[in-house]
Each structure stands twice: as structure tokens, then as C-alpha cells.
Write a protein that binds this ligand. Structure first.
Ligand SMILES: [Ca+2]
Length: 245
């Protein structure tokens, strides 16, 4: 119940059911009898198609409220108990679980990786950190390689920009930061390098992979304007991924 309640917002957001299954691992780990008797016999199964009474085997009459889930035959009784505790919404989610599982496979087959419009495109920046041992030029963040990176000089006010080569629809920018990330920055776009329009901005940056999603717009240039450093170093980005959505 708590798990279902905790994940309910996600189930609603993605229109999913709640999957459930049972593996008795021999005959251990099945649901025990409930502390309080709730299931009353006879009851109707969740699909409304069957009436369930206590089963008698030889001289023993089984009752979920006394025996718990003694074997797979008592799953309907267990679900009935969940219905009483969680209400019809829980049972409806359980009933849609299997379909959701199949849907997830269909969605996986249909999924295509969005094209990174910045890959291989020319980039410029406000500064580049000098290094005897490697290159941190702006193009290292639009090279399509997650191990190379651009790094700036050590000051708060810096920018990095990429030329997509032609006007494209842009609606999502993902920045893969090195440890030297920006706490505050803006994503701006432009059709010809000036003027610039702010598509997204934030001040609570936590580094890692930072994703900005906005209403898709036509842009040839995408610029990251950084205003607050997280470390005493400059800024450094492994890769900037620009997508239509
Ligand atoms: Ca790179």
C-alpha cells in the first residue's frame, strides 16, 4: 500500500498500471494472514466474473483471513483484501499492470534517440583555459565525445556557443558538466548571432547532466551564458547536447 501510494503520481503522469506478481520461492514469502480480518466470503473477483467462496480440501476449509496466501489459489483473496484496504483505484491499477508491461516493450521498440544538432558543429567561447597537457577549446564540448571537454578561464562571467550551421528547431539542451559546473546560467538562442533570446534560465544548478526543456523555437545559434561558478576553477563542460525535443 505505501509503495503504491508513493508511486501513484508517477503512474498517473505516465498513464501506467501497477504491476504485481508472485514468486513463492519454494513456499516461503507469501502474504501472511492480515492482522485484521477484512475479507468476507463469498466475494466477487475484481473482473466481476467469478464468485469466490472458501475452498475445502479434504477436512480443511481454507480462509485467507486465517491461512493467508497458502498457494497461488489465494491470490484472488489477497487482491480482494487489497481492494478493501486500498479501494477501487488500487485494484484498477493492479488490473492494468500487465498491459502496462506490454506497452513498455512497444514503447521501447518505437523509441529513437533524438539527433544531437550540436554534434560536430563549430563552437566558440568567451575564454579557454590554457593547458600544457591537453586542449580545452570550445569545440571539445560539441565533438560528440564524452571524455573531451571545454574549460574556461577562472571568472564568473563566461559564455559558450555553438553554430548549428542552419536554423533548426531547438527545444531541449542537455549539458554534461565536469566537476567545475555553473550554479547559475541561461540558455539563449539566436537566428543570426544577434539578438539573443533567453529560452531557459536557472540558479540552482547542481552539475552532472543538466537538462533544459522549453517551447521549441527556430535557432541557428545556441549559447550558454554562465554567471555563477560552483568551484574556484572556471567552467567546464564535457558535451552540450542540442535537440529539437
Ligand atoms: Ca566532449
Amino acid at each position: 500500500m505505501p509503495e503504491w501510494q508513493r508511486t501513484k503520481p508517477l503512474l498517473t503522469t505516465y498513464a501506467r498500471g501497477y504491476g504485481f506478481g508472485m514468486d513463492m520461492n519454494g513456499f516461503g514469502g507469501t502474504p501472511a494472514p492480515p492482522a485484521t480480518a477484512r475479507v468476507t466470503y463469498p466475494f466477487t473477483t475484481l473482473d466481476g466474473g467469478s464468485t469466490v467462496t472458501r475452498q475445502t480440501t479434504g477436512g480443511h476449509t481454507w480462509d485467507y483471513t486465517i491461512d493467508g496466501v497458502a498457494h497461488y489459489g489465494w491470490v484472488p483473496d489477497w487482491v480482494e483484501d487489497l481492494r478493501i484496504v486500498g479501494g477501487p483505484a488500487l485494484v484498477a491499477d493492479l488490473a492494468r499492470g500487465a498491459e502496462s508491461y506490454l506497452d513498455s516493450w512497444a514503447a521501447t521498440r518505437a523509441h529513437t534517440t533524438p539527433v544531437n544538432l550540436a554534434a560536430g558543429r563549430a563552437a566558440t567561447a568567451s575564454s579557454t583555459q590554457w593547458s600544457l597537457f591537453g586542449s580545452f577549446v570550445p569545440g571539445k564540448a560539441s565533438h560528440g565525445s564524452g571524455t573531451t571537454r571545454w574549460a574556461s578561464a577562472r571568472s564568473d562571467s563566461q559564455w559558450w556557443r555553438v553554430d548549428l550551421g542552419a536554423a533548426r528547431q531547438v527545444g531541449r539542451v542537455a549539458i554534461d558538466w565536469e566537476t567545475a559546473y555553473a550554479k547559475a546560467y541561461r540558455i539563449q538562442t539566436s537566428l543570426d548571432g544577434s539578438p539573443w533570446s533567453t529560452a531557459a534560465s536557472g540558479t540552482g544548478g547542481r552539475g552532472g547532466t543538466d537538462v533544459s526543456v522549453f517551447v521549441p523555437r527556430s535557432a541557428r545559434y545556441v549559447r550558454v551564458v554562465m554567471t555563477a561558478r560552483a568551484t574556484a576553477y572556471g567552467y567546464s563542460m564535457y558535451e552540450v547536447n542540442v535537440q529539437a525535443r
